[in-house]
Ligand binder design. Structure first.
Ligand SMILES: *[C@@H]1O[C@H](CO)[C@@H](O)[C@H](O)[C@H]1NC(C)=O
Length: 181
């Protein structure tokens, strides 16, 4: 399962953006189900060892509105603030893949700059399954497409700038201190 955050180029109407190679930008986050058992509700089972904490509260708030959304014309009044940051929790936002690709739904226009983050969001399986169960959308995934001439770029994991600057200052200081001795 993936969370898609879709943005359209501000200078183009949607109809034109869908016909433009970089008309849309989508941030994709994998969602990995965790199984929480009653006896160990403080723990979550997962395949990876360095997983972030699940951002459960925000997802509970969001999913409770799903049953009220019957179709595209449904209107629900969301009373609490649900920010994307809350839904992402402390997922690593520095390591991602980027490529020029397409919409996952017909007409699958090649109009999307994709950014897919490596680290998944950990989400309780029951909450995750509310999306297909309550919306009725199942198996809507598109099978893998051939790469053809595309390049998939991987973000370069770097030491944060502030740390680098600190190291630089520290070594400058070390140098000048040494010099004055
Ligand atoms: C996407 O396509 C544009 C235009 O060809 C190119 O400049 C850009 O580098 C491509 N981006 C990626 C991530 O491949």
């Amino acid at each position: 399962v993936q969370l898609h955050i879709v943005s359209k180029r501000k200078d183009l109407p949607l109809r034109v953006a869908k016909q433009t190679p970089n008309g849309l930008a989508i941030l994709g986050f994998f969602i990995e189900p965790t199984i929480t058992t009653k006896s160990s509700s403080q723990h979550w089972k997962t395949n990876s060892t360095s997983s972030p904490m699940p951002a459960t509260e925000a997802w509970k708030n969001l999913t409770k509105y799903l049953s009220a959304i019957k179709d595209i014309n449904s209107v629900v009044e969301v009373t609490e603030q649900i920010s994307i940051d809350d839904l992402l929790g402390d997922v690593d936002q520095t390591t991602y893949y980027r490529y020029n690709g397409s919409l996952t739904t017909p007409l699958c226009n090649e109009a999307v700059v994709w950014t897919v983050f490596k680290e998944p969001i950990q989400l309780d399986e029951d909450l995750m399954m509310m999306f297909p169960n309550q919306t009725g959308y199942r198996n809507v995934f598109r099978p893998p497409q051939p790469l053809n001439r595309r390049t998939v770029y991987v973000s370069k994991s770097t030491v944060p700038r502030s740390v680098k600057l600190f190291v630089l200052l520290a070594s400058l200081c070390a140098f000048s201190c040494h010099f004055h001795l």
